[in-house]
Ligand binder design. Structure first.
Ligand code: ZN
Length: 141
């Protein structure tokens, strides 16, 4: 699921992140409830094969294969140690405008990196299929 930039801005707010969780398999008594996941910056981005995929709205890190005792904040920090959101010392609502703009600048860097990686992947994919076509032609010809 690809969210528009504007939707990602909304995801700075806890309640909007929480609203993405439907059919989340971990409930009361688990460390990774939807509330704790949303608090840790994750939005729910399930696919047919992976119902528990989440993505950090800020650093775009995707994680799945959750266990009931997994601590979302700890997992986030260990899998994406450079995420500025998870390292924030205060709530987004308490940031000054200057602090927020600084944070948003860092998020743009993650976004650019992700977009570049997608373009590279796409290029490599089509290069691979072209190579396959050429090999096939050579063998036929
Ligand atoms: Zn993150």
């Amino acid at each position: 699921m690809e969210l528009m930039n504007e939707d990602y801005l909304k995801m700075y707010l806890y309640k909007n992140r929480l609203a993405t969780y439907s059919g989340w398999p971990f409930d009361e008594g688990c460390a990774c409830t939807s509330e704790n996941m949303a608090q840790a910056g994750f939005i729910h981005t399930p696919t047919d094969n992976s119902p528990d995929v989440v993505q950090c709205f800020f650093c775009y890190k995707e994680l799945e294969g959750w266990e009931p005792e997994d601590d979302p904040v700890k997992e986030h920090k260990s899998h994406s140690p450079n995420c500025h959101f998870i390292l924030l010392k205060k709530a987004v609502e308490e940031l000054t405008v200057e602090e927020f703009l600084k944070l948003q600048k860092e998020r743009q860097k993650f976004h650019i990196l992700k977009t570049c990686n997608q373009v590279i992947e796409k290029f490599e994919g089509s290069a691979k299929s072209r190579r396959g076509d050429i090999t096939k032609m050579a063998m036929e010809g």
